[in-house]
Ligand binder design. Structure first.
Ligand code: P6P
Length: 333
């Protein structure tokens, strides 16, 4: 079969009127930045990029050297193209404006440059997550308020997972499509057309060490899974937890499952663990485009009205039947 590359896929989407030239450029530039991040991640100890950077990010979390490197790669790759009005990153407190000597475009790019970076030093998969919105600022530099759009407004979302292979998974609203990095050619090859999440599953992902903090509906749901064939579900379930959202969500996208980082007594004060704008929203768009569902347990994630760039939310996403069950349990409790 002739190998279709990401570039050819995007040109065909543009020809079909599904993406603009600027959005195509934006996605190509992000994919190129992902290649550079992949090179750095795969060098590991050989390139002196492991370990702490000695700084903290806006979340007050110690930054890994690769967090800083990945952030710089994405900012610098996207500044000069003329497709963006501004950017926002998990690693940066404020909106990142386009330098004055570059032209601006109509899109806002948000990203988590290296998700799951605590796994870097133990050589477990990490990833990059990105989200694209239209700029709503009438004139002048976009502000934080320009980014405060519900996830349903996203025009594109995607992630890269730096695993045994580097995969780039993308949706522009016409299904979810995966591309595998061919390191010899340096191009992303279209390997996973129309990725879909099976409605039913026997696999769940949650950090069980938080069990004593969970709310009753989550306690009930997980207990039933653990009762297996002897319980109300009538079948056995398996559990996986990579502690890298991209890796866990990619597994759910590939073979089904439910991924949960619910509200619990430990993270209630901060609204949740995962970030809405550049983790939950892009992953929710991807999961819905793949036939799954994404909820806080009480609301559809894509309908949430954001208030802060770095705000956190509970995340329950994956196989539709399972997410709907968890939502039902919240409604009943
Ligand atoms: P815990 C990584 O730090 C992250 O933001 C997500 O990628 C991941 O799903 C979650 O936090 C892991 O959290 O509490 O298991 O370390």
């Amino acid at each position: 079969m002739a190998r279709v590359t990401l570039t050819q896929y995007l040109i065909e989407q543009q020809r079909a009127g599904r993406v603009t030239a600027d959005l195509r450029l934006l996605i190509e530039v992000v994919a190129r930045a992902v290649k550079a991040i992949s090179v750095n991640v795969s060098k590991g100890a050989l390139a002196g990029v492991l370990g702490e950077a000695g700084t903290d990010n806006v979340q007050g979390e110690a930054q890994k050297k690769l967090d800083v490197i990945a952030n710089e790669i994405l900012l610098q790759a996207n500044e000069w193209g003329g497709h963006l009005a501004a950017m926002a990153s998990e690693e940066v407190e404020e909106v990142h404006q386009i330098p004055f000597d570059y032209p601006k475009g109509g899109y806002l790019l948000l990203f988590d440059p290296l998700d799951g970076s605590s796994n870097i030093d133990v050589n477990i998969s990490v990833g990059t997550i990105f989200s694209v919105l239209r700029n709503t600022a009438a004139q002048g530099d976009p502000t934080e308020a320009s980014f405060m759009q519900p996830g349903r407004e996203q025009v594109a979302a995607g992630y890269a997972v730096y695993g045994p292979s580097t995969l780039f998974v993308l949706t522009v609203g016409t299904g979810v499509h995966g591309f595998t990095l061919d390191r010899e050619m340096g191009s992303f090859v279209y390997t996973h057309p129309f990725m879909t999440i099976p409605g039913a599953t026997q696999e769940y992902a949650i950090n069980s060490s938080n069990a004593r903090y969970w709310e009753p509906p989550v306690q009930r749901y997980i207990a039933e899974l653990q009762q297996g064939v002897d319980g109300p579900r009538g079948k056995n379930f398996n559990m996986r937890w990579v502690a890298s959202m991209v890796a866990d969500v990619h597994r759910v996208l590939t073979r089904g499952g439910i991924f949960m980082y619910p509200l619990d007594e430990k993270c209630r004060a901060s609204g949740g663990k995962l970030r809405l704008m550049y983790e939950a929203n892009p992953m929710a768009m991807i999961v819905e485009q793949a036939g799954g569902a994404a909820s806080t347990g009480r609301e559809r994630i894509l309908d949430l009205q954001p208030h802060k760039l770095h705000q956190r939310v509970p995340v329950i996403l994956g196989s539709k039947e399972e997410v709907e069950r968890v939502v039902r349990y919240h409604a009943e409790s």
